[in-house]
Ligand binder design. Structure first.
Ligand SMILES: [Mg+2]
Length: 418
């Protein structure tokens, strides 16, 4: 049976939420993210995009391109709330759905045509319902697979409806730039356009082997996407996708301080993996097993995040609220669930930009040297301790460079002398 897959994507989601709360932002160039020189654009309105502003761009550059833009710090708790409202509507209406990111969902309505109503009509009605109930603009793409639908959404945004009937996938894709293919990064784009391959049509005319000769393994997936072929299923159980860790004590304990240190280490470890996977979590769980082997789990929803300190706050709260130090514990554990795709940008406005940049820097160090190098700091986040170390190192480097520069100024010909 031909599949029918919807991709739904809220239009400039963060901006739309801000505008819902403050109508004076309507029609203006709005940038969500850090406004300081070191900040990064997390999201921006279509009005700002017209000036060349885009997400992940340094805020300083965005300000140059569009000086009249209004900067808004952003509020992840608020965005998470609206995101979940949209998810609830989709969940109630859809046979099978997957939440892919904070503003994107995939829905599988294969067979709908036969038994209910035309899939396009069904999708339009769902879109209308979301707009009516949340007041947020949303676009969709409907086709036989995830990739084509995602590309279609992008083509018809904002407030758009992209319908690619079965059998017309290649035709729809042909005139588009290869940059529209999800997963085709800057490097691949540069490589292909350097060979004169600009349009998807050109990829369609190439053989799979020819493209693999240029791109290696990766060529296969790009070739299939270009030809409208993708069998990736809807991840129905995304809500259960989780990551967890737990530890059994050598001896049962009531030492809360020791347990807190372990929880810190666990959050630190899981947080690193979470960021490495390019995911954010919407739910944390603390598990306690008592000496009588009875297990209890304590769970809480949180604003979507991959920041250790945000997660740790909730983990500590759950732990101290539910453990008074009166019962012997043999095991503790932490779980992150409701994982969706999300980048570091979404952490930017939760706290200081410095801290967000710091995670990047520290994660890089860790992936280079391994996590064993970084020892858990007691009573505080490892990242915070390392931040200070990293800053001190940076200051030393800068001071050394400055000294070097000054020295060479004093004796400008020194490097020519023997
Ligand atoms: Mg969006």
């Amino acid at each position: 049976m031909e599949r029918s897959i919807i991709h739904m994507d809220l239009d400039s989601f963060f901006v739309s939420v801000e505008r819902k709360l403050d109508s004076s932002l309507l029609g203006k160039p709005v940038i969500i993210g850090g406004s300081s020189d070191r900040g990064v654009v997390a999201s921006c309105s279509y009005e700002a995009r017209q000036f060349g502003v885009h997400s992940a761009m340094p805020s300083a550059r965005a300000r140059q391109l569009c000086p009249q833009a209004i900067f808004v710090k952003g509020d992840m708790a608020m965005y998470s709330k609206y995101s979940r409202e949209v998810t609830e509507i989709i969940k109630a209406e859809s046979p099978e759905y997957e939440k892919a990111s904070i503003d994107e969902h995939y829905i599988d309505i294969t067979g709908m045509d036969k038994y209910v109503k035309h899939s396009l009509l069904w999708t339009k009605e769902l879109r209308d319902k979301i707009v009516a109930e949340t007041g947020l603009p949303i676009s969709f793409g409907l086709s036989c697979n995830k990739t084509v639908s995602k590309i279609a959404t992008g083509q018809f945004k904002p407030n758009g409806e992209g319908y690619v009937p079965h059998g017309t996938e290649k035709e729809f894709l042909a005139p588009l730039s290869i940059s529209k293919i999800p997963g085709l990064g800057k490097k691949t784009y540069a490589l292909l356009s350097g060979k004169g391959i600009e349009k998807i049509e050109t990829l369609q005319k190439m053989s799979l082997q020819a493209l693999q000769n240029i791109l290696g393994e990766h060529g296969g997936s790009i070739w299939r996407k270009a030809n409208g072929i993708n069998f990736t299923p809807i991840e129905q159980h995304w809500e259960q996708t989780s990551m967890s860790t737990e530890t059994t004590f050598e001896r049962d304990s009531t030492d809360k301080a020791m347990m807190e240190r372990i929880l810190i280490g666990m959050v630190d470890e899981l947080g690193y993996d979470l960021r490495k996977m390019g995911k954010i979590t919407g739910c944390v769980t603390v598990k306690l097993k008592y000496s009588n082997f009875e297990s209890h789990t304590y769970q809480a929803s949180i604003p979507y995040t991959s920041s250790d300190h945000t997660i740790l706050e909730k983990v500590k709260e759950l732990f101290y609220k539910n453990y008074k130090g009166d019962v012997w514990i043999r095991l503790i554990g932490v779980r992150f669930s409701n994982l969706i795709s999300g980048s570091q940008q979404t952490n930017l406005f939760e706290d200081t930009e410095e801290r967000a940049n710091l995670y990047n820097a520290l994660d890089k160090i860790r992936s280079r040297f391994g996590s064993d190098l970084i020892m858990p700091a007691c009573g505080q986040l490892r990242t915070e301790k390392l931040a200070r170390l990293e800053k001190r190192k940076q200051e030393k480097l800068e001071a050394a460079e400055k000294r070097k520069a000054e020295a060479s100024k004093e004796s400008p010909h020194s490097h020519k002398s023997k």
